[in-house]
Design a protein around this ligand. Structure first.
Ligand code: DX5
Ligand code: ZN
Length: 237
């Protein structure tokens, strides 16, 4: 199976600063999405939490559907839930383009990733800051995206954990250019350059973007910071 279209599209736009809707004003969800898109957002990050795998609840299928109705941009859905296999079809039907599952809860990551791809979606695998990269390594060739968590999943607005940088560097050497590397948690103007230098393509940003209006300026600033570092980077991938 070739590279899913959504990955090719994002690859062309790299570096991509991807707003995490967890930090948006849910009372004005449609407007927030439209404003972010008008500000230049290439894709959206949607954090699904079950109050079990992570100690917090966020939102579920109806919210993904609602976002789908107001944007044609890719929806990158991060499943912080136990037993993600139960819900893959439902999230596809709700409008997800990319589904990322946690290696900590996947009994058979290879099967889950293959199922996501067979649903016509891009498949992502992610790991918590305390989970060693070795847990992911056997499955890298099955991933369209690898998401490195730079905070303990569950809440926005936490401090960036540098352990993510070493993981990004090692992953960048291991995966080809058609696998996107993403980083999630505590990404802000102070940390985004280190992430770019370490090899990230996608930068999930919640509070450090959504707390700052107008979004256009802030998004441009974050993207420029990621790009400036990338231009300095001589090492090809
Ligand atoms: C954390 C989520 C993140 C979160 C990032 O559990 O996976 O996507 O929204 O938020 P910030 O950018 O505020 O750390
Ligand atoms: Zn996330």
């Amino acid at each position: 199976m070739g590279t899913p279209l959504v990955i090719a599209e994002l690859r062309n736009a790299v570096p991509v600063v991807e707003p995490s809707l967890l930090a948006c004003d849910f009372g004005r969800l449609a407007e927030e999405v439209q404003q972010l898109e008008a500000a230049g957002a290439q894709s959206f990050h949607l954090d699904i939490m079950d109050g079990h795998f992570v100690p917090n609840l966020s939102f579920g299928l109806p919210v993904v559907e609602a976002v789908r109705r107001v944007t044609t941009r890719p929806l990158d859905v991060h499943l912080m839930i136990d037993n993600p296999g139960r819900f893959l079809e439902a999230f596809r039907d709700a409008g997800a383009d990319l589904l990322t599952v946690h290696v900590e809860v996947a009994e058979r990551p290879d099967e889950l990733l293959a199922r996501i791809r067979s649903l016509g979606l891009a498949a992502g695998l992610t790991l918590n800051p305390d989970t060693p990269l070795a847990a992911l390594e056997p499955y890298l060739s099955l991933c369209d995206l690898v998401l490195v968590m730079s905070v303990e999943p569950g809440f926005g607005g936490q401090r960036f954990r540098p352990v993510a940088l070493e993981k990004l560097r090692r992953l960048r050497r291991r995966v080809g250019s058609d696998t996107l590397l993403s980083v999630d948690g505590g990404v802000n103007p102070e940390t985004i350059r280190d992430c770019a230098r370490a090899g990230a393509d996608l930068f999930v940003v919640g509070t450090a973007l959504l707390d700052y209006n107008p979004y256009q300026e802030r998004l441009a600033e974050l993207t420029a910071l990621a790009k400036s570092t990338r231009d300095l980077e001589v090492e090809p991938w």
